[in-house]
Design a protein around this ligand. Structure first.
Ligand SMILES: [Zn+2]
Length: 142
């Protein structure tokens, strides 16, 4: 079998042995240097039309993208809740972190993947409680 492809310079149909796929070739007609396509790729034989709208790869992935964003928000909420818990001794940091974690978790709760959001809400809420508890302790210790 042979590889057939069109020259990128003059569009002439070229035929080479199938063992030459991926190698550089010089067009005998116009002298353009190009890479021979791999055998069976049919890359340059079929004319390239506009993208087919029925092609699944061409469909916009708005839904899956928004889902990914929600997942990220849920995981972020989880991480912020953890951070808030771990930094609860440092109040100026733990208070805003736990609040942001709580807001992100509530926002992500509306998405399909609720597990990280729920954990994030619980952790952020705990972080907020611990932070408030630490604030009260500090106020009484003075
Ligand atoms: Zn050529």
């Amino acid at each position: 079998m042979a590889i057939e492809f069109r020259c990128t310079g003059c569009e002439v149909l070229l035929r080479v042995g199938d063992h030459t796929g991926g190698l550089p070739a010089k067009c005998p007609e116009c002298g353009t240097l190009q890479t021979i396509p791999q055998y069976g790729s049919e890359l340059d034989i079929a004319p390239k039309g506009p993208p087919d709208p029925s092609d699944p790869d061409f469909q916009p992935r708005k839904k899956s993208n928004s889902k990914n964003n929600d997942d990220t928000a849920g995981v972020m909420s989880l991480l912020l809740g953890l951070t808030a818990l771990m930094t609860s001794c440092c109040l100026p940091l733990a208070f805003p972190v736990s609040l942001i974690g709580l807001v992100l978790g509530i926002r992500a709760f509306k998405s399909e993947n609720r597990v990280p959001a729920i954990i994030g809400i619980v952790l952020s809420f705990l972080g907020l409680l611990v932070t408030l508890g630490m604030t009260v302790l500090m106020l009484f210790s003075f």
